[in-house]
Ligand binder design. Structure first.
Ligand code: FES
Length: 141
């Protein structure tokens, strides 16, 4: 029983995760909203998670080498939503070069951690952001 209780502790989400899951920042609430935004996005990145099969799509707007806005949509779980929500707050106003240096560990730190089995969910937003930046940079050539 105590073993079950110990393992149970690892299932708990931090207050920060709960805050971002119940009130996610910069997430699209409808497909129509996302479709409209897509027309003016400067870069779009979509990635899937090999661990669970979920998908994340991240949109950025860029001016003078900085991310001025970002939005996302996902089929991912609560951890993916919370991780990408906190990531979206981190990158607004950030230079592209600095945004590229963000690591999943930086996101986890901001979230106050995730249960070990949910760490892969935080990688989804990070990878989608990189893909969106690469999309933007590819269009500049
Ligand atoms: Fe798929 Fe979390 S379980 S993103």
């Amino acid at each position: 029983m105590s073993d079950v209780k110990e393992k149970g502790k690892c299932w708990l989400y931090s207050d920060e995760v709960k805050k971002h899951f119940f009130d996610p920042r910069n997430i699209f609430k409808t497909d129509e909203e996302a479709e409209e935004y897509e027309k003016s996005a400067d870069g779009i990145g979509e990635v899937g998670s090999p661990a669970c099969g979920d998908v994340m799509r991240f949109y950025i707007k860029v001016k003078d080498g900085k991310i001025t806005e970002c939005r996302f949509k996902t089929f991912g779980c609560a951890s993916a939503i919370a991780s990408t929500s906190v990531l979206s707050e981190m990158v607004i106003g950030m230079k592209l070069e600095d945004a590229k240096k963000i690591k999943p560990q930086d996101i986890l730190k901001k979230l106050g951690g995730l249960p070990p089995r949910k760490v892969h969910c935080s990688v989804l937003g990070d990878k989608a952001l990189r893909a969106a930046i690469a999309d933007y940079e590819g269009k500049q050539k």
